[in-house]
Structure formats: C-alpha cells, structure tokens
Design a protein around this ligand. Structure first.
Ligand code: G6P
Length: 373
C-alpha cells in the first residue's frame, strides 16, 4: 500500500486532504454544477414513491457513522419537520424498539459490513411495519448492507484505509443533506427559496473544505499543547454537538488521550468539575444562532482556569488571550458548518497522534470494519 500514500506520511492525512474532491463527487450525484433551482432529476428518481410515503425516520449506525446520523437528525427535524431518531446499532438491536409504520430506516455505514448495524436492520425488517423503507448510506456498493436494503445512497469517498474515518464521514454528511433535500422537495416540506439557498451553499462546500485544509500548520502548532495531556474536553452546541463527539472520538482512537465530547449547555451538570489548568478544552464556535450561549459557556471554563482551544469563524471576532487560543475557520452557512468544522478536529487529532508516536492508520485494539459483535 505504501506507494498509494503518495506525498503523505499516513493514509489518514491523505484521506483528510481528499475531502474537497470526495465531497464534490458526492454532491454531483444530485446537483448539476451551477444549477441552484432544483435537484437533478435522476437523483433517487426510482424511489420517489417510496420517499413520498415516509412519515418518520430512524437512523441506525455505529462509531463515526453514528455521529453523521446525529447531524442528520438536526437537519431532518429542522428542515422537513419529519421526526427523526438516531441510535447506535448495538443498543437498538437488543431493546425491542418500536418501528412505527411508514418509517424510513437509514443505516449509515462506511463498510456496509458492521455486524451490529446489519443485525439492527434485519430486526426492523422482521417487525414488518407497514410502509417500511430501508436505505443504506454506504461507501461500498458490493456490501451486505447495500444488498439487504431497498435504497442505496452511495458516499463517493473512494476507498478509505485509515481505521479512523475521515472522508467517509464528511461524504456521509453531504449525502445526508442531499437526502434531506430530496425528501423535503418530494413531500413539499422545503420551499423553493430554501432549496435554492442550500443548493448554492452546497456548491461552495468543496472550496470551503479546501480552505479549511490551509489551517493545517496552525493546528499542528496548536497540537503541541496536547502532547502530554491525560484528558481533554470537546464542546459544541446544536449542529456542532455531534462534531464535538466526533472530535473526542477521533482523539481517543488515534492518540489514546482520554477525550469526551459534551453539549456545552451541559457543562454545569458535570464536566465543569473536571476543569483545571491541565485540561485542554476544544470548542467548536462558528458564528451561528448558538454562538452567544456558547461564549458564555467558554467564559465559565476560562474562569476556572481551563485552557481553551477555539475553532471560530472569521466573522466571530474572537480574539486570543491568555489560555485562550483561536484558529479561524472559513465562514460557512450554519446548516453546513458541521461538515467544514469536521476538518480542524480531524487535523488536530492527527497531529497529536503523530507527535505521540502512535500507529495513526492502525490504532491498537481497533479494526476498520467490525464484522463481529
Ligand atoms: C469501526 C471503525 C470506525 C467506524 C465504525 C463504524 O469502529 O474504526 O471508523 O466509524 O467502525 O463502521 P462503519 O463501516 O459501519 O461505518
């Protein structure tokens, strides 16, 4: 495999850098370059009748794919008003869950072979609810998951070798947004104005992802502060909460530093007790509707001598001060910001891991595809 890495030291870094192209390919499934008034006619065309009938969405996934599902829940409920639940497959399959009639069951999986996700899917099918539609959001067209579902929505990430998922995650998010739009338009739940805005924003995404890769050097410098740390917190609110969870997962997977992702509004209910000068706190702080609330959360942490590492939008006017480091992420619309903010947390965990000398592409005790329970 070595040759395939090209100029990159690890597959993970190469895959992080492939994201602008991978996301561009994925959105081209549904969007004609320059056209912002409508989705491509051939996008999920065969499944329009099925998608028109769904009244509820259930997402099932594991690991990083589960975090993509969490973002999708915010999108589905906010943009289409269809109820959406998200659950890790290993819990869903063993608790005898209710699958209501006319549900769309979305299984998100890079590999399409994750044992728990497949079993959870089969369990929903056994319940035979009326109008059940199953969809695989998957990176491997020949996988078991794709064979066993009604609809296949591909992520066109290309092969992902690094155990820690990167480009599969951002392409899952891009494809999920396309699905939200398709269902919203099919059921007249998204109006033309909103559609035009989001299609325009989606077309800017590859460029914004590319611009976020320019933060690499600044994030590498930032990562030096994490090398000797034992534990770390990631904070976000709203659409950035799942990205906080994903940032924490990435850091623990490849650098072996204990990390927790938290909804910043929950600080007072526990994690604030952990905060001291040795606890780095990473904050995802785009200038969005939650920004002022998040700023108050950051002040709470700062007042308790926590050291803040903030990813903020250029327009937020956050300035660095003592124990408060700021890296500016390109401005991006609130809805799509979780896709762009994935990049800095990936780069951060990557550089911390390299500094600590771990096996970045094959972290100890973990497997790329978990085909046994
Ligand atoms: C493993 C991988 C993760 C991945 C998870 C789910 O834990 O190391 O990167 O997110 O499985 O895999 P899937 O193929 O179902 O997305």
């Amino acid at each position: 495999h070595n040759a395939d890495k090209g100029e990159f030291k690890h597959y993970m870094l190469k895959e992080i850098y492939e994201q602008p192209d991978a996301v561009a390919r994925t959105i081209e499934m549904a969007i004609d370059n320059g056209v912002t008034s409508k989705l491509r006619e051939d996008f999920l065309q065969r499944h329009e009748t099925q998608l028109a009938g769904i009244r509820n969405i259930q997402v099932i996934a594991c690991g990083t794919s589960y975090h993509a599902g969490m973002v999708a829940k915010y999108w589905f409920e906010n943009l289409t008003r269809l109820p959406c639940s998200v659950e890790v497959a290993s819990e869903f399959r063993y608790r005898n869950p209710v699958v209501v009639d006319n549900s769309l069951v979305i299984c998100i999986s890079q590999s399409g072979e994750t044992a728990d996700t497949l079993s959870a899917l089969r369990d929903t099918q056994k319940q035979t609810p009326v109008g059940l539609v199953s969809l695989a959001l998957c990176n491997v067209p020949t996988s078991s998951l794709v064979r066993e579902t009604d609809i296949f929505l591909p992520t066109l990430a290309g092969p992902e070798i690094g155990v820690a998922s990167t480009k599969a995650f951002t392409t899952q998010l891009a494809a999920l947004m396309l699905l939200v739009l398709k269902i919203g338009v099919t059921q007249s739940r998204i109006d033309n104005e909103r559609l035009t805005t989001l299609l325009g924003e989606l077309q800017k995404l590859p460029g914004q992802l590319f611009a976020s890769l320019h933060l690499d050097a600044a994030i590498k410098t930032m990562s030096e502060s994490f090398e000797d740390k034992k534990s770390c917190l990631f904070l976000g609110r709203g659409l950035q909460f799942p990205i906080a969870l994903e940032g924490a997962l990435k850091l623990k997977e490849i650098s072996y530093i204990h990390a927790e992702g938290y909804a910043a509004g929950e600080l007072k209910h526990g994690p604030l007790a952990l905060v001291d000068k040795d606890m780095p706190i990473v904050v995802l702080a785009p200038k969005d509707s939650m920004f002022d609330k998040l700023k108050a959360n950051m002040q709470e942490v700062h007042a308790r001598h926590g050291e803040l590492f903030i990813f903020a939008s250029e327009s937020s006017k956050m300035v660095a001060e003592d124990r408060m480091h700021v890296v500016y992420v390109p401005d991006v619309c609130e809805t799509l910001a979780p896709i762009v903010y994935s990049v800095p947390v990936q780069l951060l965990s990557y550089h911390v891991a390299v500094m600590r000398g771990t096996d970045v592409d094959q972290p100890r005790n973990l497997a790329k595809s978990v085909t046994v329970e």
